[in-house]
Write a protein that binds this ligand. Structure first.
Ligand code: SF4
Length: 364
């Protein structure tokens, strides 16, 4: 533990010292001041575990080594490499942002957080991380982990569901960064805050005994770790039931259609969906299909929705084509085990794997 945490600059110094010894080092995206790499890792790390990003990041970087390569790519290829990471709006924004950096800034990321925050998909916290890591800007990252650490350390009891309280905590957090802090320490401090929130000041059962901020932490002193940060408004997930038409030809290939550019899984490849079974049955009724099998339900949680997916596998003739308005480029047949050109949502990818293996998923 570092002494004098409560004094001016104490938190900053304590976090910097702790990170150097106990923080996370050697992650694939660390050690480079290249804003492209920092930006890419920060976007991937939103809502995604470090272990998962560690697998995706090198593959993505090998294919798109710089912002120009990414800007010139087809969005389908970007979504394809993003498949499995979820929250696909991040990938679409990533592509848009790369184009903007190339067109508006000649391929060089702006150095100031307030300018970075105006680019697609870069919120204030990510902008602060890039500016601190790459340009030594004296600004604090303020993601969910940091909010939790700071609310506990300060004993901040306002409800963070409201933006006024959040802004208040942001100002207090920003004040932890001394105005004379060395720009070279900003990256270490930023990484330290992230590491602290991810490894010690966790949601449940924080490891206060090992924490460099323990000495001055109000939540620890008053035993409020379990109630802080206060957040009363929780996102309520609505349940949405969808029936998926899995049209399978005698050679085992199955049909996927591209989803609309807006809404859930925008522009990804998916089995055609129906809001209820009767609509699907009506379609099946007018088609000469020898065999229809209802597969077990698959559940999948999105940020605001709980999807209940009902795959209906229909064996169709080799010359069967999707009815209605399936226009060119919006439909593809995928042979078992073959890669799909474009992004695929996680449950669809898992269904494709089950189909390729010739088995059904376990019933829930
Ligand atoms: S002392 Fe405990 S509650 Fe306080 S910041 Fe450290 S880990 Fe979090």
């Amino acid at each position: 533990m570092v002494a004098g945490v409560a004094g001016p600059g104490g938190v900053f110094a304590a976090v910097v010292q702790w990170q150097a010894v106990h923080g996370r080092h050697g992650l694939p995206w660390q050690g480079s001041p290249d804003p492209y790499r920092v930006w890419l890792s920060e976007i991937m790390l939103q809502q995604t575990q470090v272990s998962t990003v560690s697998r995706y990041y090198p593959v993505f970087l090998a294919r798109f080594p710089d912002v120009t390569a990414l800007a010139q790519a087809d969005v389908d290829e970007v979504l394809s490499l993003w498949s499995g990471l979820g929250y696909y709006s991040r990938a679409r924004n990533l592509h848009q942002c790369a184009k903007r950096v190339v067109s508006d800034y000649a391929g060089a990321f702006p150095a100031r957080s307030d300018v970075l925050a105006r680019l697609p998909g870069i919120g204030p916290s990510t902008a602060a991380a890039i500016a601190a890591f790459c340009f030594g800007e004296r600004t604090s990252i303020f993601d969910g982990n940091v909010k939790r650490v700071m609310a506990r350390f300060l004993g901040f009891g306002e409800d963070l569901s409201g933006s006024a309280a959040s802004q208040q905590l942001l100002a207090l957090t920003q004040a932890m960064v001394p105005t004379d802090a060395a720009g070279s320490d900003m990256g270490v401090y930023t990484q330290g805050l992230m590491d602290l929130g991810a490894t010690l000041c966790t949601r449940s059962r924080p490891a206060c005994l090992a924490c460099p901020l323990a000495e001055g932490c109000v939540a620890r002193r008053t035993d409020q770790q379990a109630v802080l940060p206060l957040k009363t408004r929780r996102v309520k997930r609505q349940t949405l039931s969808l029936y998926l038409l899995v049209a399978r030809k005698p050679d085992g290939s199955v049909g996927l259609e591209r989803r609309p550019a807006e809404g859930i899984w925008a522009s990804l490849w998916c089995f055609p969906e129906f809001s209820d079974r009767s609509l699907l049955s009506r379609l099946l009724g007018v088609l000469p299909m020898p065999s229809v099998t209802d597969w077990p339900v698959v559940r999948h949680a999105l940020s605001h929705r709980e999807l209940v997916l009902h795959p209906v596998v229909c064996e169709v003739a080799h010359n069967w084509e999707p009815p209605g308005s399936k226009h060119a480029g919006a439909w593809q047949w995928v042979a078992p085990g073959q890669p799909v050109q474009g992004g695929i949502p996680v449950p669809v990818r898992s269904l494709l794997a089950q189909l390729a293996n010739g088995c059904t998923p376990p019933a829930l």
